[in-house]
Design a protein around this ligand. Structure first.
Ligand SMILES: Nc1ncnc2c1ncn2[C@@H]1O[C@H](COP(=O)(O)OP(=O)(O)OP(=O)(O)O)[C@@H](O)[C@H]1O
Length: 579
C-alpha cells in the first residue's frame, strides 16, 4: 500500500505504508520547518487507512486530529492546556492502565495520541515504551510508535530511554515500527539514529546538526541545500521510497496548532497566579469517579481487566479542556511575566563550540587559553515598528521594522546567527537640535553660521548643541583655513545617521517562559523616537516591545587575562559584533 503524502516536482508523492509502519524513520528539521505538519499529514493518512499508531505529543498540539478522526483515543492530563472547546479527552494519563489500553489499541489498530505536555514526560514515556513493546511481543501486529521531540527521550547521554532504543533494534520483528522526530539530530543518541532505515530531512542550519545528517547525503552540496529549504520541504530517502526525493508535504485535513506566534502578537501578561489554585479547583470538579474510568490506575494496584463494559468510550468526556495555560513565573524580580526565545543549544554544546575558539600557544610561547565559565543569559532585544510616509513618486504609508539591542541601541540582525551592528548607539541621549546637526553635518565640516542657515536653528540652540556634541566627543573643531577665523566643526561619529529606509530582515521567534538570568533593558521608546523623528520627520513608532534572546556567555582565560565571547543559544554560532 502506498500513502500519498505530498508532491515532488509537480507530481504526487507517496511512501510505502508497510515501511512507514513497521520500519524505523527519523524526521529531522529545525524548529518551524514543518515537522509537526508532516507528522500530522502522515497521521491523517494512516487514520484514513486504518493503520494503528501511538503518537507521543509533547506540546499538546495534535488533538485537532481528533476533530476529524473520532476513533482516535486521546490520552492526556487533567487540567491540560489543549485549547479545545469541543473535543473530549478519552483517558486521564495519570490514571489509565497503559498496558491494557495499548493491548486494545494494537489489537484494533487504533490511533492513540499520548499527550505528555502537562506531565513529567520521561517517566510517562518510559512506561508507554515498555507497555507497547510487551504488547507488540504478544500480538505481533503492525503498529507504529511516533516519538516527537526525540532529543527529550533518547538524548545522546545515559538518560536515554533504553526501551525506545530496544524498539529501534528489535521492534520490526514484532511489527512495531518507530518514528522519531527531532530538531537537534546532533544530541539524539546515535544508537537510534543509526538504526533508522528511512530519513525525512528538512531545513537545518546548526553546524553540528548538518554534520550529524551528513552521512545520509552523497555530497556537501546536498547538505548545504538543507540550509535553504522552505518550511514543508523535505528530502525523503531510505526504504520508504525507491530513490532519494525532494518533496513537499501536502495540505492538512485537520487544523495545524503548532503555528509560530509572531512578535507583534506578544502581550505582556500581568503577574499570573502562581498557585494555580483556580485551575486545580476546576480540574478536580471535572474528574470522573474511578468507576467511570475504564482503565484504572496502575498505581492503585488494581488490575482492570479489559471487558466490553470497560471499553473506552470516546463520547464520554473525562473533561473538556477549555483553559488557557498559566505560565509558571520565574523566581526573580521581574514585575511582569516575560517570555524569552526558546534556546535550542545545550550548555555542553555551547562549551564545545567555544572550546573550538580557544587560542592556542603560538610557536610554543604564551599560555594556552582555557574555559572559565559558560552561563545561559537572556539579552533584551527591542522590536521597533515604525510607520512613515514615503515613496519617490507617490507618497504612501510605509512600514519599517527592526531589532535593537535594548542596552546600547546597537542594531541586531538574526540571519543564521545573532549579529550586532551599528545603528542608534552613538546617537542616544541627545536633544533634537544636536541630532539635526549630526544628521546634516558634512564630513568636510561647517561653521556655526552655516549650521544656523542650513538647518534653520536659533543661534543659541546651535551654540548649546555644539558644546554638548563637543563634550560628548561627537564633533570637534578643525583647524580653520582661509581668511575666516570662524571655527569649523567636523563630525567624529563613526557610523552614519540611522536611516529607517534601509531594508531590515524579517524575524519571528518561538517563545516561552524562562527563568535564567537576563540583562536589564535600558533604552526606552523616547530615546529611539527622537532619533527616528530626525531621520524621517513623518515617522511614528507603532510598536516597541522587548523579547529576551538566549546566549551563552563564555569566559575564557589565558593566565590573568580574560575575554568573553557569546554563543547564540538558538543558532549555535558565535555572536558577531560588526563595528
Ligand atoms: N507542507 C506545508 N505546507 C504549508 N505550510 C507548511 C508546511 N509545513 C510547514 N508549514 C508552515 O510552517 C509552520 C511551521 O511548521 P511546524 O509547526 O510543523 O514546524 P515544526 O518543525 O514542527 O516546528 P517545532 O519543532 O518548533 O514545533 C506551520 O505553521 C505552517 O505555517
Amino acid at each position: 500500500m502506498q500513502l500519498k503524502i505530498g508532491k515532488a516536482g509537480g507530481r504526487d508523492f507517496s511512501v510505502d505504508a508497510q515501511e512507514l509502519v513497521t520500519g524505523r524513520t527519523c524526521i529531522i528539521a529545525q524548529s518551524g520547518s514543518g515537522k509537526s505538519w508532516s507528522i500530522a499529514v502522515l497521521c491523517e493518512k494512516m487514520c484514513r487507512n486504518n493503520i494503528g499508531f501511538c503518537l507521543i505529543d509533547t506540546e499538546g498540539e495534535y488533538y485537532s486530529l481528533k476533530e476529524k478522526f473520532e476513533n482516535i483515543w486521546w490520552v492526556g492530563a487533567e487540567g491540560g492546556d489543549s485549547e479545545c472547546e469541543d473535543i473530549a479527552m478519552d483517558y486521564d494519563i495519570e490514571k489509565v492502565n497503559i498496558r491494557h489500553l495499548m493491548e486494545r489499541a494494537v489489537a484494533e489498530s487504533r490511533p492513540v495520541i499520548y499527550d505528555v505536555s502537562e506531565v513529567d514526560m520521561v517517566p510517562r514515556v518510559t512506561k508507554l515504551a515498555h507497555a507497547i513493546y510487551d504488547v507488540a511481543t504478544d500480538q505481533r501486529k503492525p503498529y507504529l510508535l511516533i516519538v516527537e521531540e526525540a532529543d527529550k527521550f533518547i538524548p545522546q547521554s545515559r538518560d536515554s530511554i533504553k526501551k525506545i532504543e530496544e524498539i529501534s533494534r528489535r521492534g520490526r520483528k514484532r511489527g512495531l515500527g518507530l518514528m522519531v522526530a527531532t530538531q537537534r539530530p546532533a544530541i539524539v543518541t546515535k544508537n537510534v539514529l543509526s538504526q533508522c532505515n528511512s530519513q525525512i530531512i528538512g531545513k537545518l542550519s546548526i553546524e553540528n546538526d548538518l554534520k550529524a545528517v551528513g552521512l545520509f547525503f552523497s555530497s556537501k552540496q546536498e547538505v548545504e541545500e538543507l540550509t535553504t529549504l522552505n518550511p514543508g520541504d523535505f528530502f525523503v530517502m531510505g526504504s520508504l521510497v525507491h530513490e532519494k526525493t525532494k518533496m513537499r508535504f501536502g495540505n492538512r485535513e485537520t487544523k495545524h496548532r503548532g503555528v509560530t506566534p509572531l512578535l507583534e502578537e506578544r502581550e505582556m501578561i500581568a503577574d499570573p497566579d502562581i498557585s494555580g489554585e483556580e485551575d486545580n479547583k476546576e480540574a478536580e470538579s471535572e474528574v470522573l469517579p474511578d468507576k467511570e474510568n475504564p482503565f484504572k490506575s496502575e498505581n492503585s494496584g488494581e488490575k482492570a481487566a479489559v471487558s466490553e463494559k470497560s471499553k473506552p468510550k470516546s463520547k464520554t468526556p473525562v473533561k473538556k479542556a477549555t483553559k488557557k495555560k498559566k505560565m509558571s513565573l520565574p523566581v526573580d524580580d521581574r514585575k511582569k511575566s516575560e517570555e524569552g526565545v526558546i534556546p535550542l543549544i545545550e550548555r555542553e554544546e555551547a562549551l564545545e563550540i567555544a572550546s573550538g575558539k580557544l587560542r592556542k600557544k603560538r610557536f610554543g610561547f604564551g599560555t594556552e587559553e582555557r574555559l572559565l565559565s559558560g552561563d545561559l543569559i537572556y539579552k533584551p532585544l527591542v522590536c521597533v515598528s515604525v510607520r512613515y510616509i514615503g515613496g519617490l513618486f507617490r507618497k504612501t504609508t510605509r512600514d519599517a521594522k527592526f531589532l535593537v539591542d535594548g542596552i546600547n541601541g546597537h542594531g541586531v540582525e538574526i540571519n543564521g546567527g545573532l549579529c550586532f551592528k551599528p545603528l542608534f548607539s552613538e546617537y542616544l541621549n541627545l536633544d533634537e537640535p544636536s541630532l539635526m546637526i549630526l544628521k546634516n553635518m558634512s564630513f568636510k565640516g561647517c561653521t556655526s553660521a552655516q549650521i544656523e542657515a542650513e538647518i534653520k536653528l536659533e543661534k543659541s540652540d546651535v551654540e548649546k548643541s555644539l558644546k554638548l556634541l563637543e563634550e560628548r566627543k561627537l564633533i570637534t573643531e578643525s583647524e580653520t583655513v582661509g581668511e575666516s577665523d570662524e571655527p569649523v566643526y567636523v563630525p567624529l561619529t563613526v557610523h552614519p545617521f540611522p536611516s529607517i529606509k534601509n531594508k531590515y530582515p524579517s524575524f519571528s521567534f518561538r517563545k516561552g517562559p524562562f527563568k535564567e538570568k537576563y540583562e536589564k533593558k535600558i533604552i526606552d521608546e523616547s530615546d529611539i523616537r527622537m532619533i527616528l523623528k530626525v531621520s524621517e520627520s513623518t515617522s511614528e513608532i507603532v510598536d516597541f516591545s522587548t523579547v529576551y534572546y538566549p546566549v551563552y556567555k563564555i569566559v575564557m582565560a589565558s593566565g590573568p587575562e580574560e575575554r568573553t565571547i557569546y554563543i547564540d543559544a538558538v543558532e549555535g554560532k558565535e555572536v558577531a559584533f560588526v563595528f
